[in-house]
Design a protein around this ligand. Sequence first.
Ligand code: ACO
Length: 351
Amino acid sequence: MIRTKLLGLGSYVPDRVVTNDDLRFLNDQHIRQEQPVIETNDQWIQQRTGIRSRRYVPADGSVNTSDLALAAAQRALDDAGAKAEDIDCIILGTLSPDMHFPGTAVFLQKKLGISGRNCACFDIRQQCSAFVYALQMADAFIRAGTYRRILLVGAELHSHSMDFSTRGRDVVVLFGDGAGAMLLGPTETEDEREGVLYTAAYADGSGAMDLYLHIFNIAHRPYIDYNALDREQNQVIFPQMDGKRVFLHAVRGMVMAAHAALAKTNMTWDDIQWFVPHQANLRINEKVVEVAKIPPEKVLNTIEWYGNTTAATIPLTIDYWRQQGKVKKGDRVLSAVFGSGYTWGAAIFQV
Ligand code: ACO
């Protein structure tokens, strides 16, 4: 039987560390001002979110989302001992694409030096749930024999698209830049617990307007019709969020998805080495762990120092803890994710 195996893992975060205290002095050019720009503070952010710092790319326009994706992808390739030429499919999750179209996967393909080769490129738009959605797609492609080396990447450049003002403080404190990548391929085995053994993806569009970024109003003509200098109108270029509703649905969705994953695979927490939840808010993850009765020593987080890197959080977190020596090759991970859409899901797989 053909199953999907993780061949390589890699991640990348930019060098610039922005602490909670730094953040409140930054303007939208990321330049430190003498007086605070955003009415917030380290204590509020840590208490409500667990976040201490996040990483930002330079604010000089030199880095795109595809550059973050490239750095993580190269590390995943090195980890697998593979070459870019081996890749026959790229699935890239991002909510902060290089441009509106074409998708970012083709820019990554070009930067990997494999443009024009036989390599399909998909962008997927499932925000914080992108990893599980992408893994489900990759697993289906590999088991069907459609592709043999799939590069799955989650990459986000949030720091250029947030409202650095008190108006945007509920969102700006949460997000950071980064990328995570996996190289996946087939393995022949009769062991049902090897490789990727479970994925499930869910969605509920009735929550779509609880967390969104408008920018384009394609139903109208012209479809961009705001005055960027007007603060009331320019709100459309920044993410909008009903934090309380997202919080409640995130806990419910991740608990449900984690329970279903164990029930459908006839597993218990004894069969799983690590629980890696999406990294949106440490309080969300603590609540999920409490309600779903997950052994706390099995939970891996990175939100404290990376914030929410959306599509990147799962591979980034696994790779971080692998580098710390905690996660080992062959360990079994249960991931639960929740994001804008609403979309959510869970996966069980071996590292
Ligand atoms: N600093 C200081 N005060 C703040 C800040 C801030 N950064 N942000 C909001 N506040 C204020 C509010 O204005 C409010 O003030 P008021 O009482 O005078 O009106 C007060 O703090 C309490 O605000 P709440 O929204 O009730 O605070 P809450 O405890 O819900 O925390 C938060 C807000 C952190 C946003 C939380 O709701 C949350 O994390 N929600 C989930 C968000 C999330 O997961 N988003 C990502 C989803 S994944 C994806 O797909 C992108």
